[in-house]
Design a protein around this ligand. Structure first.
Ligand SMILES: [Ca+2]
Length: 386
C-alpha cells in the first residue's frame, strides 16, 4: 500500500489546546489516515536512541535510551536526569539498554523490569532484570537479574528484548539469534528463542521443555531471528510477535509453546547478500507466520489498540517500522490480518505504546530521538485542513 503524504502543519497554539501539553516544542504535523486527519506532536525530544517506553500510573513515562540510561518524562514533556541503578550495558550496534515494563502490581510493589545487552566473557547477551523504583523516582533499587541468555557470543546484533506480561502473570522475554543463524534451531541455547519465566526469574513448571535434558527450560518457542515487537492480543489472551526477517520476510507470529518458527531453515526473505534461503518458504513441520512483509518494514514495537480516542483502530495491531518509517496498522479478523494501512511518520519508529489518555505514543530511533503523540485532529471550525 502506498504511504499517505504528510499534508501540513498546525500552529503551536492549536496543538496546545488539543493535547493539553505544556511543552510541545514544535508544531504538530497533520497526517491523513483512513480514520481521518490526525496530529503527530512531539512530546519530548533530545533522547538518544530511545528504545522502550512504559507509562507510570500518573501518566509520566519511563523511557530507556540505548546507550544505557533510563529517564522519566513528565506529562509536561520535562525530561529527568538519568535514573540510578541501571547496570552497565554493552552499548554497541544494536546493543544497550533496551525495553522497560512495569510489574502488573506496580502501584503496590513499584517493580520495574528492563532488558539490556550485557557484556561478559565471550561477548554479550540479552539479560532481563528488575528493580524497585525508589520513592523520589531517581533510581532503581535492589536490581536483580532474572534471566541471562546463554551463551554470550561476539557481535553487536539481534538482541530481541521485548518484555510482555501474560494475563496469567508470566513474563515473556523475546530474544534474537545474535546474527548467528543456526543457534535459533538449537534448544540447548537461548539464542533466537522466546523465553517465558515467572516474574522472580524462576521457570514455570508448565513450560514446554522443562522435562527435556537437552533443552533450556526457559524456552517457550524457537526458530526466531530477532523479535523486537511483542504484545498480548486482548481478544485472545495470546502472545503475538513481530519479527525482523533478513532481506524481506519480516513476520507476524502467534508463538505456541514448543513450536519451531523456522529460522534459518525457511524464510519469506533472502540473505542480505542476495542468496536465497532454501525454498519452500515454509514447511509443514514448522510453524508459519500469519503475515509477512517483503520489502521489509523492520518491525519494532507492537500494540493492540484498546482506547477510545481512535474508535476506528480498536482491536487493531499497531506496529512500529524502523525501515518502514511508519506505524503499520493491521485490521484483524480473529487471528487473520485482513487489511494494512501505513501511517507515515518520516522517522525510524522503535516503539509504539498506548497512553492512559488513549492517544498513541511512538519513539523515534535517532540521535535526537523524539516521543511522538498521535491523536485525532480536531480542527477549528475555520480550520485549514480541507
Ligand atoms: Ca518464521
Amino acid at each position: 500500500m502506498r504511504a499517505t503524504p504528510i499534508v501540513g502543519n498546525l500552529s503551536a497554539i492549536v496543538i496546545l489546546s488539543m493535547s493539553g501539553l505544556a511543552l510541545a516544542q514544535q508544531p504538530a504535523k497533520l497526517v491523513r489516515t483512513q480514520a481521518g486527519m490526525i496530529t503527530v506532536a512531539t512530546v519530548a525530544q533530545g533522547l538518544e536512541h530511545p528504545w522502550g517506553l512504559a507509562f507510570l500510573p500518573d501518566g509520566a513515562m519511563l523511557v530507556t535510551e540505548r546507550p544505557g540510561r533510563m529517564r522519566i518524562v513528565g506529562r509536561d514533556g520535562r525530561i529527568s536526569e538519568p535514573l540510578g541503578g541501571i547496570p552497565r550495558v554493552f552499548a554497541q550496534g544494536q546493543g544497550g539498554l533496551l525495553d522497560v515494563a512495569l510489574d502488573p502490581d506496580f502501584p503496590s510493589n513499584r517493580l520495574v523490569y528492563i532488558t539490556y545487552a550485557e557484556p561478559g566473557a565471550g561477548g554479550a547477551s540479552t539479560v532481563a532484570a528488575r528493580g524497585r523504583l525508589n520513592q523520589d523516582r531517581t533510581g532503581l533499587d535492589d536490581v536483580q537479574i532474572l534471566f541471562r541468555q546463554e551463551p554470550k557470543v561476539s557481535g553487536p546484533n539481534h538482541f530481541g528484548s521485548r518484555l510482555v506480561f501474560s494475563p496469567q502473570g508470566k513474563l515473556f522475554v523475546t530474544t534474537g539469534e545474535r546474527f548467528k543463524f543456526e543457534p535459533a534451531q538449537d534448544i540447548s541455547t537461548h539464542l533466537g528463542k522466546i523465553i517465558r519465566i515467572n516474574p522472580d526469574g524462576s521457570v514455570p513448571p508448565d513450560n514446554p521443555f522443562v522435562d527435556r535434558k537437552d533443552a533450556r527450560p526457559e524456552i517457550w518457542s524457537y526458530g526466531h531471528r530477532n523479535i523486537q515487537g511483542a504484545a498480548i492480543n486482548p481478544a485472545s489472551g495470546q502472545l503475538w510477535v513481530a519479527e525482523m526477517g533478513p532481506r524481506g520476510g519480516d513476520e507476524l507470529n502467534i508463538p505456541q509453546p514448543g513450536r519451531n518458527y523456522g529460522w534459518p531453515l525457511v524464510s519469506w526473505g533472502m540473505h542480505y547478500d542476495g542468496r536465497p534461503i532454501p525454498n519452500p518458504s515454509t514447511r509443514p513441520d514448522l510453524a508459519d507466520a500469519i503475515y509477512h512483509w517483503t520489502p521489509a518494514i523492520a518491525p519494532s514495537g507492537l500494540l493492540f489498540y484498546t482506547g477510545d480516542v481512535f474508535p476506528e483502530w480498536r482491536g487493531d495491531a499497531l506496529i512500529g517500522g524502523l525501515v518502514g518509517k511508519a506505524i503499520i496498522r493491521l485490521t484483524l479478523d480473529g487471528d487473520r490480518v485482513v487489511r494494512e494501512e501505513r501511517i507515515p511518520l518520516r522517522a525510524r519508529i522503535r516503539d509504539v505504546r498506548q497512553g492512559p489518555d488513549g492517544a498513541v505514543y511512538a519513539l523515534t530511533d535517532e540521535d535526537d530521538g523524539h516521543i511522538l503523540r498521535l491523536a485525532p485532529a480536531r480542527l477549528p471550525a475555520t480550520g485549514t485542513g480541507r
